[in-house]
Design a binder for this molecule. Structure first.
Ligand code: PXP
Length: 245
């Protein structure tokens, strides 16, 4: 039996538009509430070190005002750890962060950063926050995530989405299916996200052992044309169809 796939909506880029003018609109918390009404199973927000989109105040408001779980994406820094421990979101997804990058460009180097990640993951686990590690679909990274005691991994789908259709994309897709199967043998809950669109979501949503997708940029862009609710409903429909529901 295929489990329903959870959809987490990333509202960062509503804040990007707001911050382009330095005023109060559009409000990402309003977008989060609308996303929940449209069927989102959770809200994802990345509090970047440079606060280029989501702000500290957005996180405070999201914690108090939304009825679905918050997944806080954050870099592995002391500042972010303190913020997570203070707010205690449902989940924290640890992502690599470089100031000069446009978006999260690759997965965490879980093998190379194992020693630094160990106490970090432990502090979040101890606080009852569900830790997710954003990693490349790679067996070694999964083994390291498992050894770190993280209950969840999120597979970076960026390389798959960016690859041209055909052999190159198929090869990237194979990495995702192999990694998702390996996650299951390790007992890790498997999520995926980054760069997904109506086209690229279908094969990923059909992978039965992936339990959650986190999607943002495409949906916020599509909302310009059809509205946020309609864009989320269409994504939901495509995911359910791929899942045979
Ligand atoms: N998951 C993670 C860990 C991310 O960093 C991002 C981008 O912030 C997403 C999912 C969503 O990616 P996109 O906005 O490209 O849909």
């Amino acid at each position: 039996m295929s489990h329903k796939l959870r959809l987490g909506i990333n509202i960062d880029h509503v804040a990007t538009i707001r911050n382009a003018r330095g005023c109060g609109y559009p409000d990402p918390v309003r977008a989060a509430k609308l996303a929940v009404q449209a069927g989102a199973d959770g809200i994802t927000a990345h509090l970047r070190e440079d606060r280029r989109h989501i702000t500290d105040d957005d996180i405070t408001r999201l914690c108090h005002e939304i009825s679905q779980p918050l997944n806080l994406e954050m870099a592995m820094t002391d500042e972010m750890l303190q913020i997570a421990l203070r707010h205690k979101p449902h989940a924290a997804c640890i992502v690599p962060e470089k100031r000069e990058e446009r978006t999260t460009e690759g997965g965490l180097d879980v093998v190379g950063s194992f020693k630094t990640l160990q106490p970090f993951v432990a502090r979040l686990n101890d606080a009852g926050i569900r830790v997710s590690l954003f990693i490349e679909p790679d067996v070694k990274a999964l083994d390291a995530a498992h050894a770190l005691g993280a209950p969840v991994v999120e597979l970076h789908t960026g390389a798959y989405c960016d690859a041209p259709e055909g052999a190159l994309r198929d090869a990237q897709f194979k990495r995702i299916t192999t990694a998702a199967a390996h996650a299951e043998t390790l007992g890790l809950e498997c999520h995926a996200g980054h760069g997904l669109t109506y086209d690229t979501v279908k094969p990923v949503a059909a992978i039965a052992n992936i339990r959650e997708l986190n999607i943002g940029h495409f949906l916020v862009g599509e909302a310009i044309f059809v509205g946020l609710e309609a864009s989320i409903l269409e994504m939901r429909r495509l995911m359910d169809k791929a899942r045979g529901l």
